[in-house]
Ligand binder design. Structure first.
Ligand SMILES: *Cc1c(COP(=O)(O)O)cnc(C)c1O
Length: 346
């Protein structure tokens, strides 16, 4: 990639398969996965389940479908789930919570997209008060997306889990970027399996695969998930070509996430020194959220980025987001750091 290439920091989903990943895809052994006969899909599912210390895994085309299936598995129509007001399941899955499961959301606020255990008790509707929806599920996100890639401490996740246990609630982790949390916090993935009823992990974000998410949990739950996936239209055939990309991503492109984290840190540190930047959110993984000063014309900033072939996400009200990834090279990074310093407030 030469210097004139566009720098695309809108998301870590914009990556293309690496040469090694492409090779793994092309040489994948495949079969009809609706008959459970795709050896590569089976290998991926087993690998991910084992990786997280869970019993079984199921491959989904997207993270949204896996989350939606999990919500369907853990609830009945009319019930209520608890989630952060910024959560992906509530904001970015097309209203699927109500469309697919007939469930409402009790939304809580909290630092950078994270919930705390002491919020749960007050959010649970009393089960014998039949006027209110029955609360049956808590969904958390790690890392948080809209919260800027923030990571939960394991003890906080455990404390929320204990509350779920107290109130008989199911506990789902939207772990689209759980890989980033593991690498950044140096956590043992096996700690996660026993903590949640289900966990979804994306292969198409930092790990760089073109598609795919694995949902893991107890065998009893995952067996039921197969039917829900089918209902949602997610039964696929020779999808081992794609599963091979996911498996390759975990085995060869997981540790390198730390490089994305370092680049994000660099960007955050540079932004914090600039006179046109109001505030930079704490940056723990690969997402950098920052705010322009109110006197800076947003259009001017956008135009400046445009002219320099840089794409980032405008989140409204002066809030901006950059996400580092596999295809954001060292050279692009150097160019990006100097570009940011070149923009002037006037
Ligand atoms: C990306 C993402 C998902 C899944 O999104 P898809 O586009 O459906 O793969 C789910 N949750 C979070 C927090 C995400 O960032």
């Amino acid at each position: 990639m030469d210097d004139l290439d566009t720098i695309d920091l809108r998301s870590d989903t914009v990556t293309k398969p690496t040469a090694g990943m492409m090779e793994a895809m092309l040489s994948a052994d495949v079969g009809d996965d609706v008959y459970h006969e795709d050896p590569t899909v089976n290998a991926l599912q087993d690998f991910v389940a084992d990786f997280f210390g869970a019993e079984q895994g199921l491959y989904f085309p997207t993270g949204s479908m896996a989350n939606q299936a999990a919500i369907k598995l853990h609830t009945q129509p009319g019930e209520q789930l608890i989630a952060h007001e910024w959560s992906h399941v509530y904001n970015y899955e097309g209203g699927g919570v109500s469309f697919n499961s007939g469930v409402s959301c009790k939304l809580l606020s909290g630092d950078r997209g994270m919930l705390k255990a002491d919020q749960i008790a007050a959010a649970v509707n009393p089960p014998d008060f039949y006027h209110s929806p029955l609360t049956t599920l808590v969904c958390v996100e790690n890392t948080t997306n809209k919260g800027g890639g923030a990571c939960y401490a394991l003890e906080d996740l455990r404390a929320i889990g204990a509350e779920c246990h107290n109130y008989g609630l199911k506990y789902h982790l939207d772990g689209a970027r759980l890989w980033n949390a593991l690498v950044s916090q140096n956590q043992n993935p096996k700690e996660y399996g026993g903590l949640f009823d289900t966990i979804s992990v994306c292969l198409s974000k930092g790990l760089g695969a073109p598609m795919g998410t694995v949902l893991v949990g107890k065998s009893q739950v995952i067996q039921r998930a197969m039917r829900v996936r089918k209902v949602l239209g997610g039964g696929m055939r020779q999808v081992g070509y794609m599963a091979a990309a996911g498996l390759y991503g975990i085995q060869h492109q997981l540790e390198r996430l730390s490089k994305d984290h370092i680049k994000a840190q660099d960007l955050a540190k540079t932004l914090a020194t600039l006179d046109y930047v109001q505030k930079v959110e704490p940056t723990q993984t690969n997402i950098v959220i920052f705010y322009l000063k109110p006197e800076v014309a947003q259009e001017r900033f956008l135009e400046f980025l445009d002219q320099n072939k840089v794409r980032i996400s405008a989140m409204g009200q002066g809030k901006w987001r950059m996400v580092t990834h596999l295809d954001y090279t060292g050279q692009q990074h150097q160019r990006m750091l100097s570009l940011l310093k070149n923009f002037s407030i006037a």
